[in-house]
Design a protein around this ligand. Structure first.
Ligand SMILES: Cc1cc2nc3c(=O)[nH]c(=O)nc-3n(C[C@H](O)[C@H](O)[C@H](O)COP(=O)(O)OP(=O)(O)OC[C@H]3O[C@@H](n4cnc5c(N)ncnc54)[C@H](O)[C@@H]3O)c2cc1C
Ligand code: FES
Length: 354
């Protein structure tokens, strides 16, 4: 189970007016814990205004960059992103869980693949990590990036992408789609929708040559792109997604409904090698019950997106309210998002360590 460790902030740089790139250094003893696969993310924990705030950020560095880096875009009214953009300074120590996540691909020097990625706004971060790693580790592979932003001034990593195009001549192609700024080619203006993708596949990208597609951005954009990729013959298993948020506010937690027959369910929870039996109130999620009993269960978004609360149900039955993070095969193996789990049976046995 991933645990929190201290990281020293070694650099904070603006990539746009509203986004910072933060470099982090683990302690020597924890270097191995922070080795990452391109596409994975870190979950930070920080007390801000008296609140225990946890948020996930994708690693934006490539596998061969020799640095651990995330990029945090300011969200209007957002507690963590505002703090990171306004107050985070070099030398500060911030706690983070070791990297998790399954977005990405196994790379191999002998592969000759064409990757296509769609990113919007801060959704570039995991894609940038994958893209850099593909270019450095698969010398015969090509990468096409479709990157959607409001306007030129909001494009994160604009110079980095230009530099990469020059460094890996002919292997990286970047199309910027801008919502408000005018561009010479009409096709590159507006939103990335199912229809826009159909036009791109007709005039710009030969989808037949694409082996794998990555999508990271708002849910509506991701669904439009996925539909269009499928319309044009791509199989579901050739498409990989990373979702940053649901429509549900991450700050608010669902109110716990406790009825008169509360505490009917017994949950046996194994965490860090120790098992404890606790009572679960009706309407309480497994995570809520664990936290209410002072168990140090991992979590971040509490919205079924980040998967840091993942555990395996060994016995009993639960129902997940939402799941934006686990693959079907994981669910089939009994893995659940404990922040989304309500008890169905009267006894459940859950293991966070598997
Ligand atoms: C796996 C994963 C990886 C992520 N990687 C990155 C990353 O690399 N860079 C990055 O900037 N963000 C990333 N995020 C989003 C990040 O975790 C936070 O959700 C985001 O920074 C907002 O947090 P906050 O505390 O500032 O806002 P909150 O205080 O949580 O929210 C304030 C308001 O903003 C809305 N909101 C929350 N998240 C977003 C969002 N992502 N976009 C727009 N509105 C939002 C909420 O609904 C709420 O109304 C990632 C999320 C996940 C789950
Ligand atoms: S805490 Fe993020 S999915 Fe449960």
């Amino acid at each position: 189970m991933p645990r929190f460790h201290p990281l020293v902030v070694t650099d904070v740089k603006k990539t746009t007016r509203d986004a910072v790139v933060v470099s982090l250094q683990p302690e020597t003893a924890q270097l191995a814990d922070f080795e990452f696969r391109p596409g994975q993310y870190l979950t930070f924990r920080r007390e801000i205004e008296g609140e225990d705030v946890r948020r996930s950020y994708s690693i934006c560095a490539g596998a061969d960059d020799g640095v651990l880096q995330v990029a945090i875009k300011r969200v209007e009214g957002g507690i963590f992103s505002q703090w990171a953009n306004d107050a985070l300074r070099v030398g500060e120590v911030i706690e983070a869980m070791s990297p998790i996540g399954r977005f990405g691909v196994e790379l191999s020097t002998s592969e000759r693949r064409h990757y296509l990625a769609f990113a919007a706004g801060s959704g570039i971060t995991p894609i940038l990590s994958i893209l850099k790693s593909v270019l450095s580790r698969e010398p015969q592979s090509q990468f096409t990036l479709i990157y959607a932003n409001r306007g030129v001034s909001t494009i994160m990593f604009r110079d980095t992408l230009e530099d990469l195009k020059n460094l890996y001549l002919g292997r990286l192609s970047v199309v910027h789609i801008l919502k408000t700024d005018a561009q010479e080619i009409d096709l590159f203006c507006g939103r990335v929708t199912r229809e826009k993708c159909a036009e791109l596949f007709k005039h710009w990208i030969d989808l037949q040559s694409v082996d794998l597609a990555f999508i990271c951005g708002p849910k509506a954009m991701m669904e439009g792109v996925r539909s269009s990729l499928c319309d044009h013959g791509m199989a579901e298993d050739q498409i990989r997604f990373e979702l940053f948020k649901t429509n549900r506010p991450t700050r608010a937690t669902r109110p716990t409904v406790i009825t008169s027959d509360a505490e009917e369910t017994k949950a046996v929870i194994t965490l860090d090698g120790t098992s404890r039996e606790i009572a679960m109130a009706t309407g309480q999620t497994l995570l809520e019950a664990a936290l209410a009993h002072d168990l140090d269960a991992p979590f971040a978004c509490k919205a079924g997106v980040c998967s840091s609360c993942r555990a395996k149900v060994l016995d009993g039955e639960v129902e997940m309210i939402a799941n934006h993070a686990l693959e079907d095969y994981e669910v089939a193996q009994g893995y659940v998002l404990t922040c989304q789990c309500l008890a169905v049976s009267q006894k459940i046995v859950v293991d966070y360590d598997q």
